[in-house]
Design a protein around this ligand. Structure first.
Ligand SMILES: [Mg+2]
Length: 420
């Protein structure tokens, strides 16, 4: 039986489709909403966004034009199959839905929605990798306690690259490097203002575009990949080589073989292979290496397994299906080998209140775990007040800011205590 057949079987046995709630109806959320509306056995039961029009729009693209728009009418409308479009994220945990998809991209909202939803017995799928790289182990622990699934969504680069990593391991290759092509040029000082014009042209949130250009998004995704595979970044910020796909197998390899890595077994990114993901592998078996060359994979000793696309929100519902059918995550942090550190985009002065990811103050940089000691995590930066100057380009020391109490900081403290 295919997965879609199993999904329809599940619908027949329970008498209704799997109910999906979406929190955050921006570009990613909208794409997911449309897909959930098209997959038999799934329905979008709830969309939540601070902007009521965006929430209602997500319900419409999911084939639910008559969604209720009031909290008081929501439960009955979901029961009747019309669904609801609301503005309060807490609704996802309270209403009768099976899987909550978090797509706000805001670490604190992601932490709140994930924790509450799992404690209310719902599976959680994160399009919000920002939350996961800050407190993913704590959230996975909560899922185990609650008997539900906590997963990063399919479709984003960390999951697509992890699939190649698993494929490589199953074929008994040694993974030398796993990573992604960077989609946007790297402009470390990009802000919503510098991105405004391009964002308007592309119908994007300028903060989101700034988080792509300033490198935060790539750094966050590669930390998620590092913590899922156990492969650390080679150095602060990784290498970020310029290389087309055929060159990866001679570039993202150890320096002893003419590449840039200090040792095999790293995560990294490259300018060239976007929007694809890759793993560079090798085998110490002469027969296998010879066979790979025969199979047109190059001269060796390193070979690149490459997937030329990642379909983001379009693939994301697969993680919903995996959670309800198989009771397991598509991707989850199992190691903790890397962090995303807040780095000053401009000179920071006492009294500055840091804005969030893709804002004016800080960007994310990938750090090997041991080198991140004493530094402010990007996921904990928003709302923190600077207490002493930090120069542009420098990592923000944790003791150079006063952070605000938050759910994500509490979860992170629990995670740190569990690992200590
Ligand atoms: Mg991505």
């Amino acid at each position: 039986m295919t997965r879609l057949e199993r999904l329809r079987e599940l619908e027949r046995s329970t008498g209704r489709p799997v109910r999906v709630a979406l929190v955050g109806a921006g570009q990613m959320g909208r794409g997911l909403a449309a897909q959930v509306g098209r997959i038999p056995g799934l329905e979008l039961a709830l969309a939540v966004d601070v902007d009521p029009d965006r929430a209602a729009h997500a319900m419409r693209v999911a084939g639910r034009p008559d969604a209720a728009t009031t909290e008081s009418g929501a439960a009955a409308a979901i029961e009747a199959g019309r669904g609801a479009a609301l503005t309060d994220a807490a609704a996802a945990a309270e209403l009768d839905v099976d899987v909550v998809v978090e797509a706000t991209g805001v670490p604190e909202i992601g932490a709140q929605v994930a924790e509450r939803s799992m404690r209310a017995g719902k599976h959680v799928v994160m399009l919000n990798v920002e939350t996961d790289v800050t407190a993913g182990l704590a959230l996975a622990d909560i899922a185990r306690e609650a008997g539900v699934v906590y997963s990063i969504a399919d479709g984003d680069e960390p999951v697509c690259a992890k699939e190649l990593f698993d494929l490589a391991e199953e074929m008994a290759f040694d993974v030398v490097c796993a990573g992604k092509g960077k989609n946007n040029p790297f402009i470390p000082t990009a802000t919503p203002e510098t991105c405004a014009e391009e964002a308007a042209r592309k119908h994007m949130n300028p903060k989101m575009l700034a988080s792509f250009q300033d490198g935060s998004k790539t750094m966050i995704e590669m930390v998620a990949l590092a913590n899922a595979t156990g492969l650390p970044p080679d150095r602060v910020g990784m290498h970020g080589v310029t290389a087309q796909v055929p060159e990866l197998a001679s570039t993202l390899v150890p320096a002893s073989h003419g590449g840039v890595l200090s040792a095999p077994g790293r995560v990294d990114y490259a300018f060239g292979p976007a929007p694809g993901v890759f793993v560079v592998v090798t085998s110490d078996d002469a027969t296998v290496a010879e066979e790979m060359t025969y199979l047109s994979m190059g001269p060796g000793p390193f070979f690149t397994l490459y997937r030329p696309f990642h379909l983001a929100s379009i693939e994301a519902p697969r993680a919903v299906i995996t959670a309800v059918l198989d009771g397991r995550p598509a991707l989850q942090s199992e190691h903790w080998v890397a962090e995303v550190v807040a780095t000053a985009k401009r000179d920071l002065a006492p009294g500055d209140v840091l804005d969030g990811i893709g804002g004016r103050h800080v960007r994310g940089v990938t750090y090997p775990l041991a080198e991140a000691d004493g530094l402010l995590l990007l996921g904990l930066a928003e709302g923190a007040t600077v207490t002493r100057p930090v120069q542009q380009g420098e990592p923000v020391p944790a003791d150079a800011v006063e952070t605000v109490p938050s759910t994500i900081a509490r979860l992170r403290a629990v995670q740190d205590a569990a690992r200590a």
